[in-house]
Design a protein around this ligand. Structure first.
Ligand code: ADP
Length: 209
């Protein structure tokens, strides 16, 4: 994040004299407290400064890249996942291919009649099946899917970073977002490489505010 000249000055004053009140920073710069308020809010939000009630502002000592790392480590799956696209475990390969096209996704989750996760189907799983001589309307998805316990999953409260590491380490494009249910794992969302790309772009846009 690029700081304005005045914000740089504020950081310097706080570095030298902190903890220091907003009032005193304003005096130092010959500005009113009201003029300074937006800058102080930005510097605090961005993590350069910290504010303690009745004590004042102090410098956190963090560099721009440390602050970015802090921000990335706080991102949670819950703020980025999408609605899941599922097929029933009784479906056939042909239905799955149609769903993939209609819903414009690359990964389908296979669920039983209670919405409980039983498998994952990727583009390659379906392509592989299409290369054979079988009739795709006859091949049940449960024969070609990746099944439990091999499925990698994540939960809403997981860190986005941990979910991203799972995608990379397992060389997969998507994770089902699940929650524990008495019958198994209920599918409540999907987290894909696209969601992570959006989070990445969002970080930059946040910085422009
Ligand atoms: P693609 O097949 O389009 O390259 P992936 O890389 O996601 O997509 O899938 C590769 C293989 O990993 C497929 O066989 C798929 O069934 C399996 N797979 C996909 N997602 C998961 C997951 N979350 N957990 C376990 N296996 C998965």
């Amino acid at each position: 994040m690029d700081l304005s000249e005045r914000q740089e000055l504020i950081v310097d004053i706080v570095k030298e004299r902190g903890p220091i009140t907003g009032e005193n920073i304003a005096d130092e710069l010959n500005l009113t407290r009201a003029t300074l308020r937006p800058d102080l809010a930005i510097l605090t939000m961005a993590g350069f400064l910290d504010a303690r009630p009745r004590v004042g502002y102090f410098y956190t000592g963090k560099t721009g890249s440390e602050l970015l790392t802090d921000k990335i480590k706080k991102l949670s799956v819950r703020d980025y996942y999408s609605v899941p696209v599922v097929v029933n475990d009784q479906a056939h390969a042909y239905d799955a291919i149609t769903t993939m096209f209609l819903e414009d996704v690359g990964t389908l989750f296979v669920v039983d009649q209670h919405g409980i996760l039983v498998g994952v189907l990727s583009r390659k799983d379906l392509l592989r099946t299409s290369m054979g001589q079988q009739d795709l309307t006859e091949v049940p998805v449960h024969i070609i899917m990746t099944r439990l316990p091999k499925i990698k999953v994540c939960q809403k409260d997981d860190l986005l970073l941990d979910a991203s590491i799972k995608l990379i380490e397992n060389q997969i494009d998507a994770l089902p977002v699940v929650q524990e249910h008495e019958r198994g794992l209920e599918v409540i969302g999907r987290l894909t490489k696209t969601n992570i790309t959006k989070a990445f772009v969002g970080l930059v846009n946040q910085d422009r505010i």
